[in-house]
Design a protein around this ligand. Structure first.
Ligand SMILES: C[S@@+](CC[C@H](N)C(=O)[O-])C[C@H]1O[C@@H](n2cnc3c(N)ncnc32)[C@H](O)[C@@H]1O
Length: 295
């Protein structure tokens, strides 16, 4: 696929993909076109799987032992990356039975790490959409490098109007990408592209209605990423309104805290670590996996 450099617009031979639908989406396309934080790129360099999401699981402190600061830093990078890939594995675990003939859809695919892992696990086709032409180019180049571009493809498109035929997807997901859109619109679109009985999975940060309202930490995270974190209640309500019936809900908050605490000790900090750690600890923010059946 060919993509142009203009933010959020691209062409595929024979198909012109429209640019961002709103000014906000244009801002988000620009944000991700220019994003090149070491915390994302250095971790991806470990094994060629580039993620823009966080990690889960226990830190292997034995794997961090090192003779020098530089060596310790390398080991922290590898460990953070291992935990980020473990997060994707948990998402993939919840897609249900997927066969080689199936098509999966990654809504907000970033640089494509989750798509590659899905293809490697299921040998299926994976279609991704992102607002960022740079990310789509990057993901498609990785697919070519790995010789899997016949099955893994990223396109510049709006996840609220995906270039996917109705009922085509055996499963679809948002991996930390649902906080950029209205949930009613998003779930209506997933319900459209999913086959009856297909599975939708999201892993997302959400504010906790038990806390009351978005805390100052949640507001800080929104400002940092130019996003709009929804509440757990909004997720469940919007799913119920759109033929998505939760099958599993897992609170991954305790599982993601070790990742953040390790990341805060590295040289790759971005300044947002305190907001995540504090809000997970004071209960105002949660890291959730929700898997739902399309009925
Ligand atoms: C935090 S990154 C997550 C990337 C990827 N899911 C991962 O786990 O590595 C958020 C992604 O959502 C995408 N995104 C945000 N709003 C979008 C929209 N309306 N349509 C398509 N993609 C969108 C961004 O372009 C970016 O790729």
């Amino acid at each position: 696929m060919t993509t142009t450099a203009a933010p959020g617009t691209a062409t595929v031979p024979g198909v012109t993909i429209p640019g961002p639908a709103t000014s906000y989406q244009g801002d988000i396309a620009r944000y991700w076109d220019h994003e090149a934080r070491p915390v994302n790129l250095r971790l991806g360099d470990v094994d060629g799987l580039y993620h823009h999401h966080y990690g889960i699981g226990e830190v292997d402190h034995g794997a961090l032992a090192a003779d020098s600061d530089a060596e310790r830093e390398e080991r922290i990078v590898a460990e953070l990356h291992r935990l980020e890939s473990a997060q994707t594995d948990v998402l993939l675990d919840h897609l249900g039975p997927i066969g080689a003939g199936d098509t999966l859809v990654d809504a907000g695919c970033g640089r494509g790490g989750s798509m590659v892992m899905a293809h490697q696990r299921f040998d299926c086709s994976v279609e991704g959409v992102t607002l960022s032409a740079k990310q789509a180019e990057f993901a498609n180049q990785r697919a070519r490098d790995l010789g899997i571009d016949h099955a893994v493809r990223a396109r510049v498109a709006n996840m609220l109007a995906m270039p996917v035929e109705s009922g085509r997807a055996a499963a679809s997901w948002n991996n930390e990408s649902s906080m950029y859109v209205d949930l009613g619109d998003l779930f209506a679109e997933h319900a459209r592209i999913l086959a009856h009985g297909g599975r939708y999975v999201t892993i997302t940060g959400c504010w906790n209605p038990v806390y009351g309202q978005p805390s100052k930490w949640v507001s800080q995270i929104n400002a940092h990423f130019e996003c709009n974190i929804h509440s757990r209640r909004e997720y469940l309500r919007a799913m119920a309104d759109n033929r998505l019936v939760p099958q599993t809900i897992i609170d991954l908050t305790p599982a993601t805290l070790p990742y953040w605490e390790l990341r805060a000790t590295s040289s790759l900090t971005t300044g947002i670590e305190e907001a995540f750690i504090s809000s997970y600890k004071d209960g105002s923010f949660q890291y959730l996996l929700i898997a739902a059946d399309r009925i």
